[in-house]
Design a protein around this ligand. Structure first.
Ligand code: PLP
Length: 412
């Protein structure tokens, strides 16, 4: 089924990355301690698996789950809800909660994630922030780092209400931002502006570095539960965590003014969310190991990769530059073949809503759209980059990558 050459390539690469794997194991140990301590401190018990229906008043499990998330994220408070339909929805709720007509929003990591374009009004939409009179501006990154001078000058000249920082690269070719860089940028911002709300799109980055943005001065962070913190178990949802007043404001926007966070039935998912964050340190570690192995093998095969296998990571995403559409498609097809769900389907490039180019997408996941499970996709445009992420266990990640490499090198 899998050629001998592929086995050899994978085994050789695996031997050479053991030092990096050891670092990941240590990270997993530290994060597991963090999570376990949050369960202990909040006295989590089976009563918290009970849940509410209807309005969802007095949902003990929901409130305890939010406390656990807040502690793991080093945040004052957290809103963790299945009523957020995605990470993008939570980002949108947060932006609409904090920005009012006449306010100015500034991104200091260039153009934000694709799904936010219509939220902000970068792409026209009658319901965008811009349509409500919110102004927007952005400062580009330079050499994969913040443009400190430009940011400081901008803040001296303009009254900015909210700064958005996107840590993970999304569908771009820049590097994702490690926590140390973020800390430095937040310090620089605070030198000139003590009041501006610093909001971080933390998608794909949770538990990858030792600290979360809320521990280095960010006011509010947002992420999806079908990525890192859901641990592959949360069926859907997202979180907003950080300063209590800002978390409360987001609650008023998610439900309705006056009821805010006090409502929202959990419909049986409390146990899944708790079990998900319990598994998250280990699932993130498996994803990181799968990414490191992938990076090493593809580099050995002379493809350009980002990040490199021994580079410090800020997220679970691995880019592979294939340089031609055939290799990109073959690789994605191999990932699909090595997936537990729909392994028999062969993905082909397709027109997707919201994308300018065709996209090839391998996603054989238990949860629809989940990208903490092994998945890989890429737009069919120069230089034909695959974005691979996730894996519930390292053994399955290794197998998935083996199928992909096999299909790639046998030129199918
Ligand atoms: C995935 C992602 C989002 C949006 O998350 P969804 O849950 O897919 O809506 C936002 N920003 C970044 C950087 C992401 O990677």
């Amino acid at each position: 089924m899998i050629s001998y050459k592929t086995y050899e390539l994978v085994n050789k690469a695996e031997e050479e990355v053991q030092e990096e794997f050891k670092k990941i194991d240590e990270l997993c140990n530290r994060n597991s301690l963090k999570v376990l301590q949050a369960f202990r401190d909040n006295k989590i018990s089976t009563v918290h698996f009970d849940s509410t229906t209807g309005y969802g008043y007095d949902d003990l499990g929901r409130d305890a789950t939010e406390k656990v998330f807040a502690q793991v994220l080093g945040a004052e408070d957290a809103l963790v809800r299945s009523q957020f339909i995605s990470g993008s929805h939570a980002l949108s709720v947060a932006l609409f909660a904090y920005l009012r007509p006449g306010d100015l929003m500034l991104s200091i990591t260039g153009t934000p994630y694709d799904t936010l374009h219509e939220v902000i009004g970068i792409k026209e939409n009658n319901s965008s922030l811009q349509a409500f009179g919110v102004k927007y501006d952005q400062i580009e990154l330079v050499n994969n780092d913040f443009d400190y001078d430009a940011i400081k000058n901008y803040l001296k000249k303009n009254k900015v209400k909210l700064i958005e920082i996107q840590r993970s690269k999304g569908y771009s070719t820049r590097k994702s931002l490690v926590i140390d860089k973020l800390e430095k940028a937040i310090k620089a911002i605070r030198e000139v502006d003590k009041d501006v709300i610093i909001m971080v799109d933390n998608c794909y980055c949770e538990l990858v570095n030792d600290k979360e943005p809320t521990e280095v001065g960010a006011d509010i962070i947002v992420g999806s539960l079908i990525k890192n913190l859901g641990g592959g178990i949360a069926p859907n949802g997202a979180y907003i965590a950080g300063r209590k007043d800002l978390v409360d404001l987001a609650g008023e926007r998610l439900t309705l003014p006056g009821e805010g966070r006090e409502v929202g039935p959990t419909l049986g998912i409390n146990k899944s969310l708790l079990q998900g964050i319990f598994m998250a340190p280990s699932v993130v570690a498996s994803s990181l190991k799968t990414a490191i192995l992938t990076s090493k093998i593809l580099e050995d095969l002379n493809y350009q990769v980002e990040p490199k296998w021994n580079e410090e990571r800020a997220d679970i995403v691995q880019n592979i530059v294939f340089g031609n559409p055939k290799d990109l498609v073959s690789y994605c097809q191999g990932i699909q073949m090595g997936s537990p769900i729909d392994s028999f389907a062969l993905p082909e490039p397709w027109d997707m809503p919201g994308y300018d180019d065709q996209v090839v997408m391998a996603a054989g996941a238990f949860t629809q759209g989940s990208s903490i499970e092994l998945s890989c996709d890429g737009p069919i445009r120069e230089p034909y980059i695959a974005y691979q992420q996730g894996s519930l266990t390292y053994a399955y990640g290794r197998l998935g990558v083996m199928f992909a490499i096999d299909r790639l090198i046998n030129n199918k």
